[in-house]
Design a protein. Structure first.
Length: 60
């Protein structure tokens, strides 16, 4: 996951990325709209869903 958070980068990950993964945005990315997380399937455990949604809120 070397290019995560870079301008125009698309990162595809499994639910394993929901915990302990910090995507740091490159310079200028925040000003262009920042990071978007798309969850294609909700987990049976709502705690896991919450962790996945949290990937986009770690840096404000």
């Amino acid at each position: 996951m070397q290019k995560q958070g870079q301008l125009s980068a698309v990162t595809v990950a499994t639910s394993m990325a929901g915990r302990g993964t910090d995507i740091k945005l490159a310079n200028g990315v925040h000003e262009l709209g920042g990071l978007a997380v798309i969850i294609s399937e909700h987990m049976e455990n709502s705690r896991v869903d919450k962790q996945l949604r949290g990937r986009s809120g770690r840096q404000g």
